[in-house]
Design a protein around this ligand. Sequence first.
Ligand code: RRO
Length: 312
Amino acid sequence: MSVSTKTSIAGVELDSYVCNASGPKCTAYSELAELGKSDSSAIIMKTCTIQPREGNPKPRLARIGEHGLVQSMGLPNLGYKKYVEFSTKLKKYGKPIVASVAGFSLNEYITLVEAFQKSDVDLIEVNVGCPNIEGKPQVGYDFGQMRDLLSLTCGLGKKPLGLKLPPYFDPAHWDAMADLILDYRVSFVSCINSLGNTLTIDPWTRKTIIKPKKGLAGLSGETIKPISLANVRAFCERLGGKVSIFAVGGGVSGVDAFEFLLAGADALQVGTAFEINGADCFTYINKGLITMLKYHGFSSIEEAKGKLEYLQ
Ligand code: RRO
């Protein structure tokens, strides 16, 4: 049986279910070109800001145990103008290019979205879930500010606009965010950003493992998969096929990809596994997904999407 994992996000076609997540190894042009040559089905660029940023002081990233990763990178990036340029140069790889943007004010979000609306990117991911900037609360947890942000950025051009959301832990928050997404016709959501402000301690030195923000950092990797799955499922139920869903958070294998597919995700972004294992992850996760689809008798992403069953 021939099985395809072709899929699409907001009408933009992806050759496979698996691509990179904004974050690891997608800041410099050389890294983005490597993604172009890899089996990642899209090139998602590092979240950018108006000005270039060095990011937070090191140490700012650590593997914890076998199942997690903490980081407080602090938005290191080359400034949005570079990524606008890169979008043109990256066209030659023939796969969708995704901008990721974060403003320090609503006006900055407008400038960033306007710039990428005029660029060669295919999708614009508006990051409202970066947890690692001292003194900057996550916009995605402030539903009033989210309404302002969406009212100001959703009508700025024809390219599909999406939201990279922080994790929510209460159905009332899923309801509130889903209402906003539908009100402003957001084209896609990426669920979830890392779990913000977690603390890791080295008991032998009695110090925090991460330097910035008194050791507080975003948690990602295998350990957060149940939270990502719950968020994907929650938005799948509430957005009912009207809004595309990128799963992101803890997907490291073909089995994980299949679980995200059952939960309703249109595609999977991979962050931690790419950071740790490199670009092979896109190949083996997609192959593993094909094995799972075959095992269950599905021949396409469409056939299996959202087919999670509940215990009676
Ligand atoms: O750069 C970061 O510290 C960072 C970002 Br922009 C983000 O969206 N999520 C995250 O965990 N780290």
